[in-house]
Design a protein around this ligand. Structure first.
Ligand SMILES: [Zn+2]
Length: 333
């Protein structure tokens, strides 16, 4: 037994379409017997794989939340083969606050796996996801964005495969999602993964899984939302779970490896000199940090230690030492 205190209003094994809540017990001043409602939809129709799609692991990342909520509303049991479990707003207190972390416990859900069955609310959610939901899954997709502080183009993230079967599954998910970029990790993953992320949890349970970074800056980007919705249906179709869907022609994905992040060593106002998708040369000046509070003080130049391509950029102009300004990638060979 998992030991979880969370109960589900939906039967994870029943056939048909069910919508409801995971009830996370939370006794407070204003609600002594209350629970936190984590939304869940399960659509199960006969034989086929189980796919778990999660979003809202970070509360201020919106494209995935809306794409999964739309999918849950629009699909019926007749459309599906197998079992589709959808969790559009996994860390619901964070999402309702519009924050990366939960206001109840300061919990950054994607740093808390494998969680704790009797821990804080965020730890209890992580535990339920890893120990109750993911063991049911053959495949999983976890949807993120840059949140409030970063901006990403639509990009998939996947780990290295440890078996030919895993490689085939990861390639299928990557090709089906058909996002402009795929960020391919060259290490980690597998059943012994120590990662405290939802991806680490899925790897520990032997689930073929990818995640995606989709937009950011605290906004919902309509174009990225459309790419996300298209990609999720394409994945369902590629897994044989949505036979009635007719995918359009693939647009193609550039595979990239991480070079590293460029950090700020001063404080001030960040002026990027590069845009997402632009090439950067090693030692090139990529940003200026301005000091308008000090008359006559010239801005500091930020120099890239890496050559490559800008694949994420800080969304907030105010910066402090330690803030990530850019993420730089190189085309995978
Ligand atoms: Zn995130």
């Amino acid at each position: 037994m998992s030991g979880t205190l969370i109960t589900s209003e939906v039967d994870l094994d029943a056939q048909g379409k069910q919508m409801g809540y995971l009830r996370l017990p939370h006794s407070t001043h204003r609600s002594a017997y209350g629970w936190i409602p984590v939304p869940i939809t399960v659509i199960h129709n006969g034989e086929g794989p189980t796919l778990v799609i999660s979003a809202g692991v970070h509360g201020d990342e919106y494209e995935g939340q809306i794409a999964v909520a739309n999918l849950a509303r629009e699909l019926d049991a007749d459309d599906i083969r197998g079992r589709l479990i959808m969790l559009p707003m996994l860390n619901v207190p964070a999402a309702e606050a519009g924050c990366r972390v939960s206001p109840l416990d300061d919990g950054n859900l994607n740093r808390l796996y494998p969680g704790d069955a009797k821990g804080t609310p965020s730890e209890m959610i992580a535990h339920y996801h890893e120990e109750v939901i993911l063991p049911l899954a053959d495949y999983a997709v976890d949807l993120h964005s840059g949140g409030s502080s970063l901006n990403y183009p639509a990009r998939l993230l996947r780990g290295p495969a440890h078996t030919p079967e895993e490689e085939a599954g990861l390639a299928k998910l990557t090709q089906a999602f058909d996002l402009p970029y795929a960020w391919v990790f060259t290490g980690g993953g597998g059943r012994n993964s120590p990662a405290r992320t939802a991806m680490g949890a899925a790897n520990r349970k032997g689930v073929i899984n990818v995640m995606a970074e989709l937009g950011g800056a605290g906004c919902l980007t309509p174009d990225v939302l459309r790419q996300t919705e298209r990609g999720l249906r394409r994945i369902l179709h590629a897994l044989g779970m949505l036979p009635g869907y007719a995918p359009d022609a693939p647009r193609g994905t550039r595979s990239l490896h991480s070079k590293g992040s460029i950090y700020c060593y001063g404080s001030g106002v960040f002026e990027p000199l590069k845009a997402i998708g632009e090439d950067v040369a090693e030692h090139e000046t990529v940003a200026l940090i301005h000091h308008p509070e000090t008359p006559g003080k010239a801005p500091d130049a930020v120099v890239s230690p890496y050559g490559g391509l800008v694949l994420a950029m800080r969304a907030m102009a105010q910066v402090r030492r330690g803030d990530a300004l850019f993420q730089i990638a190189a085309v995978a060979v």
